[in-house]
Design a protein around this ligand. Structure first.
Ligand SMILES: Nc1ncnc2c1ncn2[C@@H]1O[C@H](COP(=O)(O)OP(=O)(O)OP(=O)(O)O)[C@@H](O)[C@H]1O
Ligand SMILES: [Mg+2]
Length: 453
């Protein structure tokens, strides 16, 4: 915020002091008004908004303490600095308890006051920004969608949801892990006329290959050893509701043919059955792999791909829509205030900046975890960088020298991969495409001792 946009009100009955404070502040670039006492201050404040009041304590016609009480009641956002006489520490304590930002004791140096002013205004700006975020969040939540964000990408996705929810068309949702694919699938369902017919989800990647066929399509008793009774497949279980096929790319190629037929014919033939059953569910599929790559590698059938993606929603990674982060943070803070019974009001600009410059390999899910963790460590009302995992603390201090920059990047990258694998070094080495022993060597070279919390 520009300095001149901060309006400061200086209140003192002694003209000399009032003028000298005003001069010092004006020279700094602030916009300053003055008042001779508390009563006059309140009438000036009724005319315009002030970011900060700097008031002497002792004045005729309403003193500084009474003014402070009025201001905190009527303009709770406005910060207040009180000037007390030498040696009156009780007054200072009393003022702080009544909500003053700080106090300053006569006689004081100009620099001292300027520094205090700057800090008080920083807090004012923070309150302002957090209030703004809360308002924006409220506006978003009241428009029915809990897919939080303000980026162009998110707005586009929301308009797609509105458009396609009432249709029976198949939808394919693509995007990295933790980007919100399931949230979108549920929203589509919630805004469709199938909302009371149930949302059935199946994670194709979590079912062993020899079970997946009967999980999907069902089987009849005796159709194979172990099939001791009839089993309904997920397509029939889903009825007239929505069927969410998660991690669709993991379905074995031979079953993809059968799946394609189900989508084309709107009927399913359970294993061992002779009569097909009707399929009425609306199909939404999701994957965090690049299906075009899977097709090129022969692991996914192109015809099935075209069947599924009548409408495709591609969710970009969080790092490509960093402008969504402040809102998501505000959203998770509100959510976790309820869950963890806390009273956190917001995060400092430094926190938001740090979070916005991070890569987020785990996307929104990872952000949610970081905020939850920060809130557990926060006993105050504001999240600061100290509450973030210490991994974030020196994240921004990017070195300039090439060697140091490479080291810095390597360290950051390895740490983030280790975060994804939950500290599993073997898995991390696989993702990094290096041997486990070279990963260990790198880690010790780069001073990575253990997984950051
Ligand atoms: N835009 C968003 N607004 C609010 N919460 C979100 C948003 N995107 C994701 N989340 C939250 O992040 C977490 C992960 O989302 P979700 O499970 O939908 O991701 P996903 O894309 O299905 O991930 P995966 O590929 O790992 O299954 C959830 O807790 C979800 O509520
Ligand atoms: Mg998912």
């Amino acid at each position: 915020m520009e300095k001149q946009t901060y309006h400061i009100l200086v209140v003192d009955n002694e003209e000399v002091i009032r003028h000298s404070i005003k001069r010092a502040l004006t020279r700094e670039g602030y916009t300053v008004s003055e008042a001779r006492n508390g009563r006059q201050a309140l009438s000036v404040m009724a005319e315009q908004t002030f970011a900060l009041v700097i008031s002497d304590k002792n004045m005729p016609h309403m003193d500084g303490m009474a003014l402070l009480e009025h201001v905190k009641k009527e303009y709770p956002m406005t910060e207040f600095i009180i000037i007390t006489g030498h040696g009156s520490i009780e007054d200072a304590v009393d003022a702080m308890r009544k909500g003053a930002y700080d106090f300053i004791t006569k006689p004081f140096k100009k620099e001292e006051l300027l520094q205090l002013t700057q800090k008080a205004l920083e807090r004012y700006a923070l309150t302002l920004e957090n209030n703004r975020l809360k308002q924006e969040l409220r506006a978003i939540q009241s428009d029915r969608y809990n897919f939080i964000g303000r980026s162009e990408a998110v707005r586009h996705i929301k308009s797609l949801i509105t458009r396609i929810a009432p249709t029976p068309s198949n939808v394919l949702i693509t995007g990295g892990s933790g980007t919100g694919k399931e949230v979108i699938a549920r929203l589509i369902h919630n805004h469709s006329d199938r909302v009371d017919k149930g949302f059935t989800a199946i994670n194709c990647g979590a079912i062993s290959e020899n079970l997946i066929e009967s999980e999907l399509f069902g089987h009849v008793r005796g159709s194979f050893t172990g099939a001791i009774r009839d089993k309904e497949g997920i397509f029939t279980v889903a009825g007239n509701g929505t069927l969410f096929l998660d991690e669709i790319s993991t379905i074995p190629v031979n079953l993809q043919v059968k799946l394609l037929r189900v989508l084309e014919e709107h009927e399913v033939l359970p294993v061992g059955a002779t009569k097909p059953l009707p399929v009425r569910a609306r199909i939404i599929a999701a994957t965090n792999r690049d299906l075009k790559e899977e097709i090129a590698a022969g692991r996914f059938r192109e015809d099935l791909y075209f069947r599924l993606n009548v409408i495709e929603i591609d969710v970009p990674p969080l790092s490509e829509r960093a402008e969504d982060i402040p809102l998501l943070v505000a959203y998770f803070i509100e959510k976790m205030n309820r869950d963890l019974n806390k009273n956190v009001q917001g995060a400092t600009p430094e926190v938001l900046h740090t979070l916005q410059s991070y890569q987020w390999p785990g996307n929104v899910r990872e952000l949610e975890n970081v905020i939850e963790r920060a809130m557990i460590f926060c006993d105050d009302t504001t999240l600061t960088v100290d509450h973030l995992p210490h991994f974030f603390a020196d994240q921004n201090k990017e070195p300039v020298g090439l060697k140091d920059a490479v080291r810095f990047f390597e360290r950051k990258h390895i740490l983030s991969v280790l975060r994804i694998t939950g500290g599993d070094k073997k898995e991390a080495a696989r993702l990094l495409k290096v041997g486990v022993s070279s990963l260990y060597r790198k880690m010790s070279e780069l001073g990575i001792e253990e997984l950051p919390a």
